[in-house]
Design a binder for this molecule. Structure first.
Ligand code: MN
Length: 196
């Protein structure tokens, strides 16, 4: 694998004031890159070091799995954000899917917020495609649908480090802001098209 975290798809101040430059700075530089540093240390001199990140996640366990999955989850999270994003998905096959499987954007929004809010401790809320049907799930710690048969379309990080600088303890406010101002629907639509 390549032992580098992918560059952020926007400048660190591009999501401000919705997500502050400080949050991006710490979350990306310290947390995301920190998982990669840990992973590099764990795999040094091991045959797994030549595998892809996805392969390492699907076959790894313990610290190797945790750090590899966190590297992948964070890249997927960053790609799902954009300045001026969020709100209802634009008309098209994605909006049709949301209508068919949730009844509309308001319903999906409520499910996403609820999944993130009720994830006890640290983890992730996801929009996934499960056998062709869209659904919302949440996973604890580093767990990722990539290691299952579900296909991830979008995720939101609900570890405290994702929102504490901007929102303190208000995880629900962070989730509302994510839904209303940050989601990169183009990224979700690309994942949907690739999955079909
Ligand atoms: Mn994080």
């Amino acid at each position: 694998m390549i032992f580098e975290v992918k560059a952020l798809p926007y400048a660190k101040d591009a999501l401000a004031p919705v997500m502050s430059k400080d949050t991006l700075e710490f979350h990306y530089e310290k947390h995301h890159k920190g998982y990669m540093t840990n992973l590099k240390g764990l795999l040094e001199g091991k045959p797994e070091a030549s595998k892809s990140l996805e392969e390492i996640i699907r076959t790894g366990s313990g610290g190797v799995f945790n750090n590899a999955a966190q590297v992948w989850n964070h890249t997927f999270f960053w790609d799902g954000l954009r300045p001026g994003g969020g709100g209802a998905p634009p008309a098209g096959s994605l909006a049709d899917l949301v209508q068919r499987d949730f009844g509309g954007w308001e319903e999906l929004r409520t499910e996403l917020i609820n999944a993130g809010k009720t994830r006890f401790g640290s983890g992730w809320a996801w929009l996934v495609l499960d056998d062709g049907k869209a659904k919302v799930i949440s996973t604890p710690n580093a767990e990722t649908p990539l290691a299952s048969t579900e296909i991830p379309l979008l995720t939101v990080d609900v570890w405290e480090h994702a929102y504490y600088l901007d929102h303190r303890n208000r995880r629900d406010t962070f989730l509302e802001v994510f839904c209303d101002k940050l989601i990169n629907w183009d990224f979700v639509a690309q994942n949907l098209a690739a999955a079909r």
